[in-house]
Design a protein around this ligand. Structure first.
Ligand code: MHF
Ligand SMILES: O=c1ccn([C@H]2C[C@H](O)[C@@H](COP(=O)(O)O)O2)c(=O)[nH]1
Length: 277
């Protein structure tokens, strides 16, 4: 995961202090890109132990079209707790936009099913795009995330807001545009999540693995993560693990936790950090 360590180094060196919505303060750059060849191993950060179970459950939860943290809680995943209402709602976040985007006349679009159909029938397409960015449901900045969720708006606007697939020589690549990135806490999750999604889609569309390209808007290190970043940069990256998917699964929506297995994950110890709400 040299790419990730290079990003940490780049932002430490070139980032400028910037105040932010949460009040914590960040060191930030605008615009950066990383590339991972998915055939070379699974891109899970090795310089701190990452909790892959949370990442997998979150992705399966997006794919179900779910936006209530009930499923995450049942599976011991707490990463969305701070933003949800008392009933566990987050408003129309990722799952809703991916699986049941609502058009102006009440028509409902399953963007993921559409994508799978397009990849299978029209792999040369340059329109293999999914957007979670829906201006009609953006939160009102006068309200807190929970208040927004309670009035049917998104608790947080999507951070990983647009992604595109690309098929060449029988290989599937994916590029993500992430408008805002918490490099220490969020980004290791985001890389692994999109790498896994790309692998799952490649399998169900009978394609080999290409690249995951990760493009950033505001890429930032929170000012209360600087020591953790230094600790991480002092560590040597380890060889990448391998992700194994149950080859019997041919329907993207049939994957469960039991069909996904990470092998040979060697990592340095976990590093704790506070999340800014
Ligand atoms: N400031 C901020 N950073 C984020 O990364 C983030 C948000 N807010 N809001 C929405 C989601 C929630 N995400 C989160 C939230 C918490 C962790 C976190 O605390 N991770 C710890 C514990 C992991 C676990 O419990 O499984 C970590 O060490 O990675 C990670 C991603 C990503 N997003
Ligand atoms: O998947 C995610 C979700 C969120 N983040 C981070 C990026 C920012 O630090 C906050 C969101 O705050 P905004 O003010 O809406 O930008 O969460 C992430 O890195 N990855």
């Amino acid at each position: 995961m040299k790419q990730y360590l290079d990003l940490l180094r780049h932002v430490k060196e070139h980032g400028t202090f910037k105040t932010d919505r949460t009040g914590t303060g960040t060191y930030s750059v605008f615009g950066y890109q990383m590339r991972f060849n998915l055939a070379e191993g699974f891109p899970l950060v090795t310089t701190k132990k990452c909790h892959l179970r949370s990442i997998i459950h979150e992705l399966l939860w997006f794919l179900k079209g779910d936006t209530n943290i009930g499923y995450l809680k049942e599976n011991g995943v707490r990463i969305w707790d701070e933003w949800a209402t008392e009933t566990g709602d987050l408003g129309p976040v990722y799952g809703k936009q991916w699986r049941s985007w609502e058009g102006p006349k009440g028509e409902v679009v399953d963007q993921i099913q559409w994508l799978l159909d397009e990849i299978r029938t029209n792999p040369d397409s340059r329109r293999l795009v999914i957007s979670a960015w829906n201006p009609t449901v953006l939160p009102d900045v006068k309200h807190s995330p929970k208040e927004n969720a309670a009035i049917g708006k998104q608790a947080l606007p999507p951070c990983h807001c647009l992604f595109q697939f690309y098929v060449l020589d029988g290989k599937l690549s994916c590029q993500l545009y992430q408008r805002s990135a918490d490099i220490f806490l969020g980004v290791p999750f985001n890389i692994a999540s999109y790498a896994l999604l790309t692998m799952m889609i490649a399998q169900v569309c009978n394609l080999e693995l290409g690249d995951f390209v990760h493009t950033f808007g505001d890429a930032h290190i929170y000012s209360n993560h600087l020591e953790q970043v230094d600790e991480q940069l002092s560590r040597e990256p380890l060889p990448l693990p391998t992700m194994k998917l149950n080859p019997m699964i041919k329907d993207l929506f049939e994957f469960t936790m039991d069909d996904i297995e990470l092998v040979d994950y060697q990592a340095h110890p976990h590093i704790k950090a506070a999340v800014s709400v």
